[in-house]
Ligand binder design. Structure first.
Ligand SMILES: [Zn+2]
Length: 96
């Protein structure tokens, strides 16, 4: 009996926009000179979906953090809007 360990298959379609997913192997960034681990990236340039790939079995906690970060990136514009509102309130307080 030769049972292969179950491998986690990376998705081939973007969960956000259903475009093809490309896998970027780990290497050194030419832009920043810093090493990075392999990751998946959506081929749709307007989508910005990325997820890190690890050789170890996926830690669900880490996966949740990655998804959380992706959600934050998506809602970044919303956060900036909220911060602008808060800043205006604080400016009002300063004037009083
Ligand atoms: Zn996408």
């Amino acid at each position: 009996m030769n049972q292969e360990p179950e491998k986690i298959q990376p998705p081939t379609r973007c969960p956000k926009c259903d475009s093809a997913i490309k896998v970027v192997p780990s290497g050194i960034s030419k832009r920043t000179g810093k090493p990075y681990s392999s990751f998946m990236s959506c081929t749709n340039r307007e989508c910005e979906y990325t997820a890190r790939l690890t050789d170890k079995p996926q830690n669900t906690g880490e996966q949740m953090i990655i998804e959380g970060i992706n959600n934050i990136i998506v809602s970044q514009k919303e956060i900036w809007k909220l911060l602008a509102v808060i800043k205006n309130k604080l400016d009002d307080l300063d004037r009083k």
